[in-house]
Design a protein around this ligand. Structure first.
Ligand SMILES: Cc1ncc(COP(=O)(O)O)c(C=O)c1O
Length: 438
């Protein structure tokens, strides 16, 4: 039964009797390069035409009368976005939600906060910060820049891949927690992905957060860059201190927009946006809402995004469910065609899945995966990222390349068939990555 959204009056239908049609979906994404099978929503997301139009309306409102926009419109509009996000992630209070540019900025907020605790000796030199081995590269660099340089000891949690069950992750995390506590060290911060980027795996985040709490870890930051619009988020149930997600990856916002949730606590007042402007000291949400003159329009389209979501049967939940089912179906089709394996069981796939590529392609390094990706783009018009997995000692015919396929509402089965056929052609031609090195 359809229900009216409490904030914007749109219909967030459990069942929409008149959902958006396939041709309407294609028209919402008609600006995509139609020659490319884009099975990589994960990297940069997508933005439908109706949301691009909404963004342009906001841009024009500013350009038409900037002063009126600045004094009357901007703050209430960002507040509206924050309220909608608060609702989506089930946060208690709107003050817990700030809108920032992207997950990288959110990580800077959290890591600078931790770095200040190291440099002011609230945390001791050598206290530990935990991060997953498969954490996003830019976040790892941020840890290096902010934590290692201020005296924090960084521990990487090694994770298996391919992974057979979330138990394997829990068990590695437990080992890392014990290592972190060795020699009486304290673990000051744990950074846990909700969905890792490469390889893409749903992490049992709630369980890991609980383990951190049991071990007395001071602060927990969940990097859910891929999460909103992809898997359900209930920040209270997850229980971390900080949680970020990009709105431009799976929630149809234009680049760039993200939220940073910070659980209500005394420390909230000591969190700051890395770019200091007029609102410094007025709380992170206010600081983030004005970081100097710039285009804020990507942060203002949430009302229109809610309307877009409501056009789908089941709204956002229906989109997530269908994307997951479709990506798993297409991933199974590919591994069957190539005689390979999935990198994770289906329940650890979100709207992305890891698909083993034929061993005979002889992928020997990350550099090979980049070259192969380029080759697939240029010669076969397929856009898909590939992960290099180093073989274990003694492994016979190991799968060393896994493609990360995504499914978003604009994808059709032909996109994946094109990928299947491209790889089959390479295999039939006796192609190996060594050819691309020349
Ligand atoms: C897990 C993870 N964290 C952080 C980021 C950074 O996101 P952005 O580049 O939008 O800041 C990404 C980007 O793909 C990611 O996958």
């Amino acid at each position: 039964m359809a229900s009216v959204h409490p904030l914007n009056g749109t219909t967030t239908a459990a069942h929409n009797p008149n959902p958006i049609s396939p041709s309407e979906i294609q028209s919402e994404f008609s600006h995509h390069d139609s020659t490319i099978a884009r099975i990589n929503n994960g990297s940069f997301g997508c933005c439908p035409a109706s949301i691009i139009a909404a963004q342009q309306r906001h841009q024009l409102l500013f350009l038409r009368q900037p002063d009126a926009f600045y004094f009357n419109t901007l703050k209430p509009s960002i507040l509206q976005t924050r309220v909608l996000i608060q609702n989506l992630i089930k946060a208690d209070h709107v003050d817990e939600v700030s809108i920032v540019d992207n997950a990288t900025t959110a990580a800077a907020v959290v890591l600078q906060h931790t770095a200040r605790a190291f440099s002011s000796s609230v945390f001791q030199t050598g206290d530990a910060v935990l991060i997953l081995h498969y954490a996003y590269g830019a976040v790892k660099k941020s840890v290096e820049a902010y934590i290692s340089r201020t005296g924090g000891h960084v521990i990487e949690v090694r994770l298996p891949f391919p992974v057979k069950s979330s138990f394997e992750i829990v068990s590695e995390f437990e080992k890392a927690l014990q290592m972190g506590k060795a020699n009486g060290r304290k673990i000051r911060l744990a950074i846990i992905d909700h969905i890792t980027s490469m390889p893409s795996v749903i992490i049992p985040v709630k369980e890991l957060v609980r383990m951190c709490r049991d071990e007395g870890v001071d602060r927990i930051f969940v990097d859910g860059a891929h999460a909103i619009g992809n898997v359900e988020i209930d920040v209270k149930d997850i229980g971390a201190d900080f949680y970020t997600s990009n709105l431009h990856k799976w929630l149809f916002c234009p680049p760039s927009a993200a939220f940073l949730y910070c659980k209500m606590s005394d420390e909230l007042s000591d969190l700051h946006h890395p770019v200091v402007s007029h609102e410094y000291g007025n709380g992170l949400a206010m600081e983030s809402a004005w970081t100097g003159t710039r285009d804020y329009s990507a942060q203002l389209v949430l009302t229109e995004v809610m309307e877009f979501l409501s056009r789908f049967d089941g709204g956002i939940d229906g989109i997530m469910r269908k994307n997951h089912e479709n990506v798993v179906e297409m991933a199974k089709m590919l591994v069957e065609a190539w005689g390979t394996e999935l990198g994770t069981p289906p329940e650890m796939c979100s709207s992305m899945a890891m698909v083993g590529m034929p061993a005979c392609l002889d992928i020997k390094s990350s550099s090979d995966t980049l070259k192969l990706r380029k080759h697939l783009r240029e010669c076969f018009k397929v856009e898909v990222p590939i992960y290099y997995r180093a073989p274990l000692e003694g492994e016979v015919d190991p799968l060393t390349g896994y493609a990360r396929i995504s499914h978003q509402v604009y994808n059709v089965a032909d996109d994946y068939y094109r990928f299947r056929d491209a790889v089959n052609t390479l295999v039939k031609d006796g192609f190996t990555c060594a050819r691309l090195s020349k």
